[in-house]
Design a protein around this ligand. Structure first.
Ligand SMILES: [Cu+2]
Length: 142
């Protein structure tokens, strides 16, 4: 079978969700967030993971994107400082076109009375988020 045709029938997902529909990537300003990112698959699964709206520490380097080769994992630390809804996605063109995007939401820190605080004191908790970057065949009804 033609390899381009095969590729056209694959979706590229983050935790099995595509096109920004992955729930649960929520955090507060100033919170310490640890991201564990994993690439599964074969030589087709070379990912360039890019976070918008924040930077991360990876092996002592301040980054907003990383390379992720197949069968590998990286751990990165983030302290978000901008409220908003931010995209994270793969930079490999045919992956992002086939769905490899997600959104992470950064909320303001609230006081007990529900008022937003400009900057949270860091270190309140560490949130661990796991992301799996993989592709899967499109299933269709017979
Ligand atoms: Cu990718």
């Amino acid at each position: 079978m033609d390899s381009d045709f095969q590729e056209s029938n694959l979706m590229h997902a983050v935790n099995e969700y595509v096109y920004g529909n992955l729930p649960g990537l929520a955090m507060q300003v100033g919170e310490r967030v640890r991201w564990h990112v994993i690439s599964l698959g074969d030589e087709q699964d070379l990912h360039g993971v890019h976070w918008h709206g924040a930077t991360l520490l990876s092996d002592g380097h301040r980054v907003d994107s990383i390379d992720l080769i197949p069968a590998s994992m990286k751990t990165l630390d983030m302290v978000p400082d901008d409220v908003g809804q931010w995209m994270l996605h793969c930079h490999t063109n045919h992956h992002v076109v086939a769905g490899m995007t997600a959104l992470h939401r950064v909320y303001p820190t609230m006081t007990k009375r529900g008022e937003a605080v400009e900057q949270a004191s860091s270190g309140s908790r560490i949130a661990a988020l796991w992301l799996h970057f993989l592709r899967a065949a499109v299933h269709s009804s017979p």
